[in-house]
Design a protein around this ligand. Structure first.
Ligand code: CA
Length: 346
């Protein structure tokens, strides 16, 4: 049998977590490199943090990149990936609003499977819809997992990065308000200060954003003007990501496919642009690698108007961290390097 075919078969077996025959083991060890053999750079244990990733993974083509970067980050002890709904924007785009969370769940499973991980992270279903009001949780296995982890007696800092709406973290808080001083919320979302206005992730659950902003939970917000600076191009993704393993190939092709679909679906919109993309979810990873201490201000908290999504004053002593700068090249180049190290080009 051709050795490459045998190696391919062995790799597929690894992905399915099935036992390998002795012959396949030998072939895998000698002739292939998989993520299972990836040796992450050493990170001092004391600098490590616990992390949940809440992601609207199938909403467009960017979350997948942030998921991969986070999983390949040795500083993170990933406690779970939660599939978040994106029902309101799915409806706007004439997509499957009822099934947004389930489509995202399948996408997370696909991304994780293509990464050939020795120890894949737990994946949880989130809520199927936005919360009904600011007092009512949408109970989900994701929200319950956050509560369970937050209530553990563990001094390692715990962060929940929300790469879409904050539905599942807000629900976790409504289920157990004690988590407010045990979790830091990092949110990619909200319009630009001082006025604000319609913004994609906010639109999918403005009540959830208000729940978290009004709570005592620390919040790090990366608003639209900042997250939209994570620009890359199809050529850069083709050059730096596509050659690297099954996951690299997939990250590129799913972006090309979505770009083709959305460009034809919305010919009069200024998005997608045709040959470029903004990987707007990745700063949730890079601010945890490096807080960018001169890139934010701690400012009094505002909340969101439910009709026009503008910021409005909220009487509270709480301050939140609002980013005005996250280094796009640091963010993206760390991801490119991690993918290239974990999945060397053949
Ligand atoms: Ca997202």
């Amino acid at each position: 049998m051709n050795k490459n075919i045998l190696a391919g078969a062995a790799l597929f077996t690894v992905a399915l977590s099935m036992p390998l025959s002795a012959q396949e083991q030998t072939t895998t060890n000698k002739n292939t490199t998989t993520a299972n053999q990836y040796q992450p750079v050493p990170v001092p244990e004391i600098r490590k943090i616990r992390l949940f990733i809440s992601t609207d993974a199938k909403n467009e083509a960017d979350d997948q990149f942030a998921i991969v970067q986070a999983i390949l980050t040795p500083k993170f002890k990933i406690k779970g990936i939660i599939s978040s709904q994106y029902s309101n924007t799915a409806k706007l785009m004439e997509r499957n609003a009822e099934g947004s969370m389930d489509e995202g769940y399948a996408e997370i499973q696909k991304v994780v499977s293509l990464m050939d991980l020795a120890t894949p992270p737990a994946i949880y279903h989130g809520a199927k819809h936005a919360i009904k009001d600011e007092k009512t949780a949408e109970v989900s296995e994701g929200a319950k997992a956050i509560v369970a982890e937050a209530m553990k007696d563990d001094k390692t800092p715990l962060y929940v990065i929300s790469l879409g709406p904050i539905t599942d973290l807000a629900s976790a808080y409504l289920l157990e308000p004690k988590i407010a001083d045990k979790v830091t919320a990092v949110w990619i979302g909200g319009g630009d200060y001082p006025k604000g206005g319609w913004e994609y992730n906010l639109f999918n659950d403005p009540s959830a954003a208000n729940v978290i902003f009004k709570s005592k939970m620390p919040v790090w917000q990366v608003p639209r003007a900042v997250y939209s600076t994570m620009r890359t191009s199809l050529s850069e993704i083709s050059y730096k990501v596509k050659p690297h393993g099954k996951i690299g190939e997939y990250l590129f092709t799913q972006m090309v496919d979505f770009n083709e679909w959305a460009s034809n679906k919305f010919p009069t919109l200024n998005w997608p642009k045709g040959e470029s993309w903004s990987l707007g979810d990745n700063p949730a990873v890079s601010v945890l690698l490096d807080e960018h201490e001169y890139g934010y201000k701690d400012q009094p908290v505002y909340v969101f108007d439910q009709k026009n999504f503008e910021y409005k004053k909220f009487k509270s002593n709480k301050k939140i961290r609002v980013y005005h700068y996250v280094d796009p090249r640091f963010t993206l180049e760390d991801m490119f390097a991690k993918i290239a190290l974990a999945y060397p080009a053949k």
